[in-house]
Design a protein around this ligand. Structure first.
Ligand code: G6P
Length: 614
């Protein structure tokens, strides 16, 4: 949610900033802007509504020179997307420019106070309040920028990652963070700033992740100094980033989302590597070995997550309960954090997050830890805040996910949850070695079977054209497939803007069946062996009301297949592994419908990939 970039060094800043904004465009794309200090000592700010392309076009006849600069791509929180509300924001005197990712919760009070002191505002944003507040302290105390930033941040309630330029000091960027991510790339005589490591990889592999309540003073001559808000020096570890540039580019695919859907077999191989032995007899997590006491003897597991990660959590619940016989609850992180949960010692919280930066999930972790629970993270983004704030955890290792609609992260999360459940079950003796080997054998075969599903892409694309003009969709599934139905509906909503609902198939008769008529497409995930007849009856009920059924079935099915309008076949696997296969055609269906409708698949309206505000 909002991407920020900064540069200071010997090179021209603007091309680096623009490239960085493109890498971060998945975080926000309703407006963008840059600010540089040129050789003459002028502080320029240029902004445009729309995408980074619109900004670049706007810059074509501007003075964009300067070897120090900051840039921002916005996801609107306060104020509509327009040039005035875009970042960077100037202070009243035009001496400071500032970019911000986060929310200043007490901005209204601060704004009122500043207006009383004679400050005027040109935007509706909370960010402009912050830059004016810094200017106020700078003038009031006749102080340097750093002291003014410290004073201002001491007044702020909320979340921020910021970077500030001061016209009077063209050799320095000041950056700070609280609850919004900020990485500093260390080059040779140059420094980079970004909301995540993706804009940094082409310049450097050395990165420092700022922690909460820290300020970075990045000076062209004296280098980087990190201090706390109160001014104490901090020594930071430098992390190595191992991001492959190819992984953050489209590699010949029309959209990141399609690329990421097709990467899934390889991603799952990476995810399983080093955790399951090639013979399929052992599954190991160092996190389980090192924390056996907490994980194996837990009274209860509570999974907290948002969005797609929450759907993975629902599958995780069924996996852990079935294999490990430990009760599991699944909570939306946003609800959990304000719910005064009955939780404490003996409880394990599993926080699932692709980005590792979701504000609600971070707050849920904080609450759980403060009450004595043990917190395990399942995260994709290496070095992210959630990865750093959990006591232990596992990365899903699927590589950077750029498309806003999550695909490979979901199947990666489900794969980690599957392995984790099997690992804990084996340690607790709730499954036998023979059962473990059978399960692992099936799991190891999933990437190959997923590739078979992906080979039906053309057929799914042509099926999608039939539904381009549908107004509504229903998705149904049972057991392990119920969260798959929820996720399928979410994917369609997110990128095609078609209203879609996911339901447990049997619940349909308690309401949604009233919606079914000849205009209603119903996607049924019908791979269940145990509940096959029940799902069959659910389909009959839809057909009796002329609904159009698209069924996801197991290859060779000849009962449901004959009854429905369209069939997508999956290779056979174990019941608990169908979510990994069944999600793929639903991702492709949503993708192709959105493409047919001419929607921006990778950057759907109103959505952000990394939701760093409440
Ligand atoms: C946003 C994204 C979703 C994601 C959710 C949770 O809404 O658009 O794709 O599932 O946040 O994000 P996380 O990074 O915590 O998994």
């Amino acid at each position: 949610m909002c991407g920020i970039v900064g540069y200071i060094g010997m090179q021209e800043a603007c091309p680096i900033l623009i490239k960085g904004l493109r890498r971060l465009e998945y975080r926000g794309y309703d407006s963008a802007g840059v600010s540089m200090i040129n050789e003459k000592g002028e502080l320029n700010v240029f902004k445009a509504k729309g995408k980074v392309d619109d900004l670049e076009a706007f810059l074509s006849d501007k003075d964009i020179s300067g070897t120090i600069g900051i840039a921002h791509t916005r996801w609107a929180t306060h104020g509509i997307p327009c040039r005035e509300n875009a970042h960077p924001h100037f202070s009243s005197s035009g001496t400071l420019s500032l970019i911000h990712n986060g929310i200043i919760e007490n901005y209204a009070t601060l704004k009122e106070r500043l207006i009383e002191k004679g400050f005027t505002f040109v935007s509706d944003t909370d960010t402009e309040v912050l830059v004016q507040l810094i200017e106020y302290y700078k003038l009031e105390y006749k102080s340097d920028l750093l002291s003014a930033v410290q004073r201002a941040l001491a007044q702020v309630i909320g979340a921020y990652a910021i970077a500030v330029l001061d016209k009077n000091n063209p050799d320095e960027i000041i950056a700070a963070r609280k609850a919004s991510p900020l990485a500093i790339g260390l080059g040779e005589g140059e420094y980079f700033l970004a909301s995540d490591a993706t804009p940094l990889v082409e310049y450097t592999h050395k990165v420092i992740y700022l922690d909460d309540d820290e300020i970075a003073v990045i000076n062209r001559n004296s280098g980087l100094q990190i201090i706390t808000l109160q001014g104490q020096a901090v020594n930071h570890e430098v992390s190595e980033i191992n991001l492959d540039l190819g992984a953050i580019e489209k590699g010949g695919y029309e959209h990141f989302m399609l690329k990421e859907i097709f990467e899934q077999p390889d991603c799952l191989v990476n995810c399983m590597r080093g955790r399951i032995n090639p013979e399929g007899t052992i599954v190991r997590f160092s996190s389980v070995i090192d924390n056996a006491e907490q994980l194996l003897n837990a009274r209860r597991y509570i999974i907290v997550a948002c969005g797609t990660s929450w759907h993975a959590g629902l599958i995780g619940k069924t996996l852990i309960e079935n294999f490990c016989r430990i009760p599991v609850e699944v909570a939306y992180a946003s609800e959990f954090r304000y719910s005064n949960p009955v939780i404490g010692n003996g409880d394990v919280v599993i926080a699932i997050s692709q980005s590792g930066e979701t504000a609600d999930t971070l707050a849920a972790i904080e609450l759980a830890r403060s009450r004595g629970a043990f917190v395990y993270g399942i995260v994709n983004s290496v070095g992210s805040s959630i990865a750093r704030n959990t006591q232990t955890g596992s990365y899903i290792h699927v590589g950077p996910e750029i498309g806003v609609a999550s695909t490979k992260a979901f199947t990666g999360q489900v794969t980690v949850l599957t392995m984790l459940a099997l690992c804990i079950a084996k340690e607790r003796n709730t499954i036998t070695q023979a059962e473990l080997e059978e399960a692992l054998g099936e799991l190891l075969a999933i990437p190959g079977k997923m590739a078979e599903v992906l080979s039906q892409n053309d057929a799914i694309a042509s099926l999608s054209r039939t539904f381009t003009y549908a107004q509504n969709f229903i998705y149904l599934g049972r057991g392990y497939n119920y969260p798959v139905a929820l996720e399928g509906a979410l994917k369609l909503k997110e990128i095609s803007y078609i209203h879609a609902e996911g339901y447990p198939a049997a619940e349909m008769k308690h309401g949604p069946i009233a919606l079914v008529d000849a205009e209603m497409p119903v996607v049924v995930v019908a791979t269940n062996k145990l509940l096959y007849d029940k799902v069959l009856s659910n389909i009959q009920e839809i057909k009796a009301r002329q609904g159009k059924v698209i069924a996801i079935v197991v290859k060779g099915d000849d009962t449901i297949s004959k009854l429905v309008d369209y069939v997508i076949e999956l290779p056979e696997t174990a019941e608990f592994l169908y979510p990994l296969l069944a999600s793929v055609p639903l991702q492709l269906l949503a993708y192709h419908i959105a493409v047919c409708k001419g929607k921006n698949v990778d950057q759907p309206r109103n959505l952000a990939k990394s939701v760093t505000v409440e």
